[in-house]
Design a binder for this molecule. Structure first.
Ligand code: FES
Length: 143
């Protein structure tokens, strides 16, 4: 006799499996600052904030700070960003990402969790950091 059905209805606390890494070089621009970063696929991951090659990881590795309360494991919505250009070059969000995005203020059709969104490199990407997150944002040299 197996476990009761309710025992199987647990929510995984493990982060989702990583999406494919970028296959070619591309640029990501963070608005409203207008900071543009050239991403070399051979150099990702950086510091392991979110999925390897994620928008969050790229930002933090280059001095663009985006809030990331859960550490980049898709367990909050503080890293919410809006993809203004190049959304088609980012694989579709997982159910888990969508669940947490639903908790983000100012949700838009191209909203993503920066820690889970990994551009493929098929095109350049432009990302807006929402103003409620911008208060936490600072730019400067990466340490
Ligand atoms: S940092 Fe928590 S979901 Fe991205």
């Amino acid at each position: 006799m197996g476990p009761a059905p309710d025992a199987l209805d647990t929510v995984s606390t493990l982060p989702p499996p990583p999406p494919p890494r970028p296959s070619r070089a591309y640029r990501v621009t963070f608005l409203p600052a207008g900071t543009t970063i050239s991403v070399d696929p051979a150099k990702v991951p950086y510091d392991r904030h979110g999925q390897p090659g994620s928008i969050l990881e790229i930002a933090l590795a280059h001095g663009v700070d985006i809030d990331h309360a859960c550490g980049g494991v898709a367990a909050c919505s503080t890293c919410h960003v809006i993809v203004r250009e190049g959304a088609n070059s980012i694989p579709e969000p997982t159910e888990r990402e969508l669940d947490y995005l639903d908790l983000a203020p100012g949700l838009q059709p191209t909203s993503r969790l920066a820690c889970q969104a990994v551009p493929s490199g098929a095109s350049d990407v432009v990302v807006e950091v929402p103003n409620w997150n911008r208060n936490h944002a600072r730019e400067g040299a990466h340490s």
